[in-house]
Design a protein around this ligand. Structure first.
Ligand SMILES: Cc1cc2nc3c(=O)[nH]c(=O)nc-3n(C[C@H](O)[C@H](O)[C@H](O)COP(=O)(O)O)c2cc1C
Length: 373
């Protein structure tokens, strides 16, 4: 099952695991694939700590880092605004809506002395670059960017250090732009995917992107959780698969117990694309939260990054109340995942998920070869 991308990255199987959890990253890299740490949720100091841990626990196997430097966001033209500058753009009606929603569900305020989560995640040029600087001081083999081509100097620096650059796309025209920008690997993420996602299904997107960027390697993402789906992706011309959701239901994942329960219970029909967390469409479980934002009476979600800034404290309050056992809060909790959630019915070690995918992939390819006899 080795494809050219395996040779160029020094991995055994072309299976890429996106995760915010360092244990998943290390487990998949050690199993012969490539773990990719989602850096967005970390401050630079935290990222330094996570990557040092991975370096000490990955047995020298290749791994990567994913950042999000979007091509378009509020404040970009001013060089990326900070939280305090942006606060003024959050309308009163959004603040009132959130307060009423939390009150209706009896979600208590945060204690005065509890540290607030960072209001802004690192989806801007300046904040994303701070994470890139940290990542490039570690022996990473791949750096990925979502929501637009990585800045030219980031690509140049990566190449100078022998690091390959990947970018996530949801449309063939975006893929062509990434090729022109000098990106090495295109991740074609279809509609089914967890997190930010476009409107074209994986089945349609992957061959379009493969043709648009040939001979550049393409990884298929979105709705892949089994060896049969991996075989389909490879048949579409992908050189490998990039998976996010499946790793949420692994023993290594740091999901909260109530979140794991919801993931295991959900069907493939239970996700929606919603702008309610980041301002850009992202796939997550349908919940009291997504339904409240879908209500025609509710103000429209704000553009990136204002929506996250506006909602981050509310999210923290909801999570805290859910952890404290409030069923109302659990129902409001945001759970980012793709349609493959319907097949995630048990929690298993990441290595087992990985080897099951390979076994089923090999069985599938053999079954299809027999059909030719
Ligand atoms: C919980 C979760 C968080 C995600 N966060 C990011 C992110 O920060 N950056 C990114 O490039 N992709 C992110 N993604 C998308 C993944 O990189 C990947 O494209 C997607 O999970 C593939 O589809 P799948 O969920 O069907 O496997 C996230 C996905 C999930 C499930």
């Amino acid at each position: 099952m080795r494809t050219p991308i395996c040779e160029s990255l020094g991995i055994e199987y072309p299976i890429f695991a996106f995760s915010h959890c360092r244990d998943v990253v290390a487990a998949v890299s050690k199993a012969g694939g490539m773990g990719i740490l989602g850096a967005l949720v970390y401050t630079p100091d935290e990222l330094e700590r996570e990557l040092t841990w991975i370096d000490n626990n990955v047995d020298g196997k290749p791994y990567g880092v994913d950042v999000v430097i979007p091509a378009a966001y509020v404040g970009k033209d001013q060089g990326g605004l900070d939280e305090i500058d942006l606060e003024q753009y959050i309308p009163e009606e959004h603040k009132q809506f959130l307060e009423q929603l939390l009150e209706k569900h009896n979600i208590p305020p945060l204690p005065e002395d509890l540290p607030r989560h960072a209001g802004l995640l690192s989806w801007s040029d300046n904040m994303g670059r701070a994470l890139v600087d940290i990542a490039m001081n570690h022996p990473i083999k791949l750096i990925a960017n979502a929501l637009g081509p990585p800045p030219a100097d980031v690509i140049e620096r990566a190449h100078g250090l022998g690091i390959q650059v990947a970018a996530l796309v949801g449309r063939a025209d975006q893929a062509a732009k990434q090729k022109t920008a000098g990106v090495d690997i295109i991740v074609a993420a279809g509609y089914e995917a967890g997190g930010h996602t476009g409107e074209v299904s994986t089945m349609v997107l992957v061959p379009e992107v493969v043709d648009a960027v040939a001979p550049k390697p393409v990884l298929a993402a979105g709705g892949i959780g089994s060896g049969r789906q991996m075989a389909a992706a490879m048949a579409l011309g992908a050189q490998g698969v990039w998976m996010g959701s499946v790793w949420l239901a692994t023993t290594e994942a740091d999901s909260e117990p109530t979140v794991t329960e919801r993931l295991l219970a959900a069907t493939s029909n239970d996700t929606v694309r919603s702008r309610s967390i980041t301002g850009k469409p992202a796939r997550m479980l349908r919940s009291g939260w997504t339904e409240a934002w879908d209500d025609p009476e509710t103000p429209n979600p704000l553009p990136m990054p204002l929506q996250f800034l506006a909602t981050s404290e509310a999210e923290q309050r909801i999570r805290r109340a859910a952890l404290g056992g409030s069923p109302d809060a659990a129902e409001l909790t945001v759970t980012v995942t793709g349609q493959i959630v319907g097949s995630m019915n048990q929690v298993r070690p990441a290595r087992q998920v990985f080897s099951n995918i390979i076994d089923e992939y090999l069985d599938t390819v053999e079954r299809m070869a027999q059909q030719m006899e």
